[in-house]
Design a protein around this ligand. Structure first.
Ligand SMILES: [Zn+2]
Length: 251
């Protein structure tokens, strides 16, 4: 079979043996793949510096069914995004997005998920450092919705009663969305959801930029989203990059 060609984003890179690297790619057509880039660290490498973290390009991959590690035969970079490496708040936010993509996106989600991830990295690259948390939250909620995990926001996740904008709301990651006051009073484990946060979730899940957040609002939203995402992960490994992003304060 000839190599397949697909647009790809570099999500993670680590060295392998003397001269090679293993790269995790988000591809437009095949979901997330691990690929071996042979000889990439030689000065004469045909890959050049193309395989930098968060770069985007046209990848050629020798794709063999059933293999965990594919072979990368070429990568022509189209967007390098050096801005993401130059600022810690951008870098940690992009790393959290990347980790989330590696844990949640499969081949079934292509190509819609690819576009959301590419837009997420572009938004972070453009973002002022103090707005990266809002930008990443917007992108991650849009991604979650694109993957088919949108939370219930218009109706109560438990009794399905329509939510009134004046309701005192709670959010339950276990139930999968907002709870009306009655259900919130009955159930444990739900967090109070301010109206502004409810509105932000409604905007982010449909791909809108949403509001600029205060530091405290940003932290509350990071926690809410972490708990919600954790509910949909199929393994229990810790989200390490996410933890760094959430702890961060580089302002
Ligand atoms: Zn209810």
């Amino acid at each position: 079979m000839p190599p397949v060609a697909t647009d790809a984003l570099v999500l993670h890179v680590f060295d392998y043996l003397e001269t090679s690297r293993i790269v995790r790619l988000a591809t437009r057509d095949f979901g997330v793949l691990s690929v071996l880039a042979r000889g990439v660290r030689r000065s004469s490498s045909r890959f050049g510096s193309a395989l930098d973290l968060f770069a985007e390009g046209a990848a050629r991959i020798d794709l063999k069914a059933g293999r965990d590690l594919q072979t990368l035969s070429g990568f022509d970079v189209t967007t390098a995004r050096p801005e993401l490496a130059l600022d810690m708040s951008r870098f940690t936010a992009a790393s959290a997005v990347s980790e989330c993509v590696q844990r949640m996106v499969s081949e079934d989600h292509a190509p819609e998920a690819f576009d959301v991830v590419r837009d997420a990295l572009d938004a972070l690259a453009r973002s002022a450092p103090e707005h990266t948390v809002s930008a990443a939250l917007a992108s991650l909620w849009h991604l979650v919705a694109t993957l088919g995990f949108a939370p219930a926001l218009d109706v109560c996740a438990l009794c399905h009663r329509e939510i009134d904008d004046t309701d005192a709301l709670a959010f339950s990651h276990v139930a999968g969305g907002v709870l009306c006051a009655t259900c919130a009073a009955r159930g444990a484990g739900a967090r109070r959801l301010p109206q502004a946060a409810h509105r932000a979730l409604a905007q982010w899940t449909v791909g809108e930029a949403g509001p600029a957040l205060s530091v405290a609002e940003g932290r509350a939203h990071q926690r809410l989203l972490r708990e919600f995402v954790g509910q949909h992960l199929t393994d229990a490994r810790q989200m390490k990059a996410w933890a760094v992003w959430e702890q961060g304060n580089w302002g």
